[in-house]
Unconditional design. Structure first.
Ligand code: 5RP
Length: 268
């Protein structure tokens, strides 16, 4: 890996632990001002202030209007979108920005979604393959996001499907992959994917302890961290949760210790 790409990767995956705590705030591009991101500038400010966020997954619109750069936190610029819940098909994404814009905005990486098995599988994989080539001309890493949309929602917990998606993303040029966590056989997703895999959280879990259990399972299965949104910023105590998650990811805090820390914090 070239020094440029290594440097950028190190702003996403902490070189000391090899893992990353990335917060996704790109939901508004499809969902609008969803719970937890109505005042998105405030959410970003609050979580940034903890000092625990390694990098952000963010759109160009929110990066330029609501983000205060501190020179420390990495930026993964969301490069696919243009499909909303009001439209016919959430999987009908196109590329919404360019490598030039990403470099101008100081991004460390780009991200695009592939909807494997959907009617837009071909188009979204072509986007990924094209963007990977563009990124690699400038040593920018590409995060390949596995999306399910409505059509493939029932495969979200299927390790065989996600293993296919993760591998396909790498074969099309992704340098990192964001997938969902499967309680069964998550190691199968990791086994066939030669680049770092991180998990999204999906819809909000019932409790913060459920979120911690999901993260613990993923880390134990070989995930290199999280690219998570709702389960962090829709928590009643996001900053406190983030601190515990950070210790799990970067310091190997056990799930038992994490559970205890959660109880102590919520008692306050
Ligand atoms: C939205 C996304 C999100 O970045 C991703 O799903 C992570 O967020 P969450 O943890 O809320 O699922 O791809 O389009």
């Amino acid at each position: 890996m070239t020094v440029g790409k290594r440097n950028r990767m190190n702003r996403i995956l902490n070189p000391a632990s090899g893992k990353g705590l990335i917060i996704a705030v790109d939901h508004g591009m499809a969902l609008g001002p969803t719970t937890g991101l109505v005042d998105i500038a405030r959410t970003i400010r609050t979580l940034s202030a903890t000092g625990k966020v390694d990098a952000w997954l963010i759109t160009k619109g929110i990066l330029t209007t609501c983000f205060e750069p501190d020179g420390r936190q990495g930026i993964i610029l969301r490069a696919s979108g243009a499909a909303t819940i009001a439209g016919e098909d959430l999987t009908n994404e196109g590329l919404t920005t360019s490598v030039d814009t990403a470099l101008r905005l100081g991004a460390d990486a780009l991200a695009t979604t592939a909807f494997i098995g959907s009617p837009n599988e071909h188009e979204t994989l072509m986007n990924m393959a094209y963007l990977a080539d563009e990124c690699h001309q400038y040593d920018l890493p590409l995060l390949g996001v596995l999306g399910v949309g409505k059509t493939m929602e029932n495969r979200m917990l299927d390790p065989q499907y996600l293993a296919l998606g993760a591998r396909v993303a790498v074969e099309h040029g992704a340098d990192m992959v964001k997938t969902y966590y499967t309680p069964q056989d998550f190691n199968r997703v990791i086994a066939g994917c030669p680049v770092p895999v991180m998990i999204a959280g999906g819809p909000k879990c019932d409790t913060d302890l459920d979120t911690l259990n999901m993260i613990n399972g993923a880390l134990k299965g070989g995930a290199r961290g999280i690219v998570m949104g709702r389960n962090i910023w829709q928590s009643a105590r996001p900053a406190e949760l983030l601190d515990i998650v950070w210790r799990m990811i970067h310091q190997g805090l056990s799930i038992e210790e994490a559970g205890k820390a959660l109880k102590t914090r919520t008692r306050r």
